[in-house]
Design a protein. Sequence first.
Length: 285
Amino acid sequence: MPKAKYNYVPMPTIEDLQKKYEDFFKFTLKDGILEVKMHTKGGPVQWSYQFHHALGELWTDIGHAKYVECLILTSTAPYWINEHDTDSFAEVEQSPDNDQRFDVQIYDTLKIVENFVNDIEVPTIAAINGRGIHWEMCMMSDITLCTPDFILQDDHYGMHGGHVPGDGMGLCLQEILGIKKGNYMMLTCGGMDAQACLEANAVNEIVEADKIVDRAWELARDIMTKSRSCRRMTHYICVRPWKALMERDFRIHVLSEMYSFNISDTAHDFDYIEYNEEKIIKDKK
């Protein structure tokens, strides 16, 4: 048998990923299943432009790691993403550097979602372990689990001065719930509790917080019983509607948000984030 003249460029190892992303993610790899747990320096996630950037980079790196055959995405207790590094946002939004603002507000915002949908080619399971924002990747996962306290809500329009809900959450609301309900939730900042999400087919299962990651692994192990080609091609079918939506609509959502954000000289104001019980759609029981 002839021997090739050149070696393959090495793919990133799990050790490479752990070192590169040590401030943002913890990885557990077993039998082809990769669990990604979001964190900020070991504690609950603090949403920042640095975290923003890391997510988009991570999806591409995982997509290049052919030893990953199923992905579980979760976060550090007690919630999903519910804290914010206000200094990170102020540093960029008060900067006179237009190129920096483009890189983080437009490029990174696009790549968080586009790279998740386009670069990950294996089945995906999201385990939303509590309340929080930026659940768009969870809605775009093949299987979505959530805890009983989860609230599906996009608060952008409620920010001081108003922000266009264009980073992916509003897009998911329209796609999953339908145009009328999705639009209503964007403009009123209304929310849906976990049971209402289940009834609306926004999530697949409601699982207690101390069991949700175990349940994700149970589902992943079952997925792994099928052949590699079956797993990957089935994921391709699952993600195909999201790929089409990304191509058709996502960029106009992001560009609308960032155009309005900059032309109105707005800044992120995280004091607005709250769960107004009067605006939460409850289950029908």
